[in-house]
Design a protein around this ligand. Structure first.
Ligand SMILES: Nc1ncnc2c1ncn2[C@@H]1O[C@H](COP(=O)(O)OP(=O)(O)OP(=O)(O)O)[C@@H](O)[C@H]1O
Length: 545
């Protein structure tokens, strides 16, 4: 008798079972009482015992699990008897053509349910032969689902118990399952098997589920179920598979172990820029380095040089590590922004006279060279409509710039030029918090550093000293939520030190690997817009950083 197992027979079973289930709904009150005699079940003949022996399932195990047979005309079918509390409640047949069917009007329960009575660990497999294979390895606290596996996980929510027709067997056996502290899912390793595990886990509670990892068969494939492991690796190996079951994953709940590869890569500095990229100014080396995926808030009173300093920083980063940037600079005309960037890059003024004085102007050839550099390095996010752009609009385009052009940094300058339509009843503080969460997610997800310029609120009786990060108009969330907080300040008090000396106040650094709070002094070159480390010990007498 050829009784080899295959998936199609399980699918047949699914169809048969579905028909039977539909039948069962109609006949809910009509569950038959059955006995071995009423079903005319017979003890196993040698032929069937030999069939199981080929699968390394012994006669002893077959007898222990009351596997029987039944004659239909000139055909013999295997009869898997379903007992509950010692009483026969259902029977499933399997014939020579690998077809399955279940006794009509009988209960849907797990196969082997009496074996898990009071067990704190329960193993669930996908077929009767897997249950018998576990028994062969001495693992008796195991049950099999009665109807095989679904093709995929249902996209719908789990229905209520009375509507959950396909998994009625689970609800019928819930008292047995409720007592278990661990439910080990040992369904097949293929897609339907995984789908079955998920369907069970979502019904019994993922938190107490574990799953087995089927061992490798060769370089590419894994053994697919308990019987294969028993046949090819033996009972000890099957026990080991169950002993080494791992926690069933819960979406959103992780172990550190899930991230060890990242921690190792970090330790061995495989990400690149672990300490951040130096700004190009020695005085800032210990204070502020640019880490991919972080958010830096830059503030300062109007005209303090925030935009100029960020532009100079981008030029330095491009020169040192070749980064490219997306620019959302709403206050700058493109030609003016282009001029400022070109001057910093070419280290020459764009014009003669006025701010350029008598310094030689960049040549036409240099302009052409510089234009090419501008085009390769910066990508402009500009709203062509009259209305102000929203933060989602900016982040969507920045994402396109990351994916299309490989940009590593985004500048949003300034916050108040974005459209900030708040939901009714939403406070500005709540709004800023949510907006910064979006910005940080973008930065983190794309490994893109974001510089966000925000103005301080109008300061009454301003003393001329650098503003506080908590003075940023809108919300304390700017300082609370950013990774780095920087105030750019230029001195306008001759009593206090050189006029226009630039103070870079690093007020917050979340990541101690990248820097620390403190201040540095830079000089601004009005002709080229470049910043350089302040000469010698040039600093302000009174510093409020
Ligand atoms: N340290 C400095 N010394 C002299 N002039 C400077 C200095 N820093 C910036 N400037 C000049 O100040 C002007 C404003 O600079 P920038 O646009 O960078 O300031 P900002 O802080 O971004 O201003 P706002 O808050 O108005 O956007 C520019 O013309 C720039 O050349």
């Amino acid at each position: 008798m050829a009784l080899a197992e295959d998936r199609s027979s399980y699918q047949d079973l699914g169809r048969v079972a579905l028909k039977q289930d539909l039948g069962r709904v109609a006949l809910k009150q009509n569950i038959r009482k059955i006995t071995v005699e009423s079903l005319q079940l017979e003890p196993l003949c040698d032929q069937v015992v030999a069939y199981f022996a080929e699968r390394l399932i012994s006669k002893e195990t077959l007898l222990r699990n009351s596997v029987m047979q039944k004659t239909f005309g000139d055909q013999i079918a295997i009869a898997f008897t379903y007992y509950r509390g010692g009483a026969l409640v259902s029977c499933k047949y399997r014939d020579v053509n690998k077809k399955f069917w279940q006794e009509a009007n009988t209960e849907k329960i797990f196969y082997g349910i009496d074996d898990i009575e009071g067990a704190s660990d329960i193993i669930i497999v996908e077929g009767e032969i897997d249950k018998l294979s576990m028994a062969e390895a001495g693992i008796h606290n195991c049950v099999s689902v009665p109807d095989g596996a679904p093709p995929s996980v249902s996209k719908k929510d789990v229905p209520s118990a009375d509507q959950d027709k396909k998994y009625q067997f689970l609800w019928n056996c819930k008292n047995y399952l409720n007592k278990a502290s661990r439910i080990i899912l040992a369904t097949d390793g293929d897609t339907p098997g995984q789908a079955l595990a998920e369907e069970i886990a979502r019904r019994v509670g993922r938190e107490r589920c574990w799953r087995v990892k089927w061992p490798k068969k060769n370089e590419v494939d894994h053994f697919k179920d308990a019987n294969e492991v028993l046949m090819y690796l033996g009972p000890e190996a099957l026990k080991e598979v169950v002993d080494n079951a791992e926690l069933y994953p819960i979406s959103g709940l992780f172990n550190f172990k899930d991230y060890f590869h990242e921690i190792d890569a970090y330790y061995h500095k495989k990400f690149g820029f672990e300490f951040g990229v130096p700004t190009g100014w020695n005085s800032l080396n210990n204070l502020y380095n640019v880490v991919p995926g972080e958010l830096t808030i830059v503030t300062g009173v109007p005209n303090s040089g925030k935009s100029e300093w960020i532009d100079a920083l981008l030029c330095n980063l491009n020169a040192s590590v070749g980064w490219k940037f997306a620019l959302c600079s709403m206050e700058n005309k493109v030609r003016e922004h282009g001029r400022k960037l070109l001057e910093k890059h070419m280290k020459k003024p764009f014009f003669v006279g006025r701010y350029g004085g008598s310094v030689e102007r960049m040549s036409v050839e240099e302009l052409e060279q510089g234009k090419q550099w501008l085009d390769d390095t910066f990508f402009l996010l500009r709203s062509e409509k009259d209305s102000l752009p929203s933060i989602s609009w900016v982040l969507d385009l920045a994402k396109a710039a990351v994916l299309r052009h490989g940009v590593s940094g985004l500048v949003i300058d300034p916050y108040n030029e974005l459209d900030h339509q708040r939901l009714p009843n939403q406070t500005e503080t709540e709004y800023v918090s949510q907006m910064l969460t979006k910005v940080k997610r973008f930065a983190h997800h794309h490994g893109c550093h974001v510089w966000f310029v925000a103005h301080p609120r109008q300061l009454q009786n301003w003393s001329g000293s650098p503003p506080n990060m908590y003075d940023i108009s809108g919300s304390a969330h700017f300082i609370n939520k950013c990774d780095n907080g920087i105030v750019i300040h230029r001195n306008r008090d001759p009593e206090n030190g050189p006029i226009d000396l630039v103070q870079v106040c690093v007020r917050k650094v979340r990541n101690k690997v990248a820097g620390t709070i403190g201040e540095a002094y830079l000089e601004y070159n009005r002709v080229t817009g470049e910043f350089s480390d302040a000469a010698g010990d040039m600093k302000l007498k009174k510093s409020s950083c």
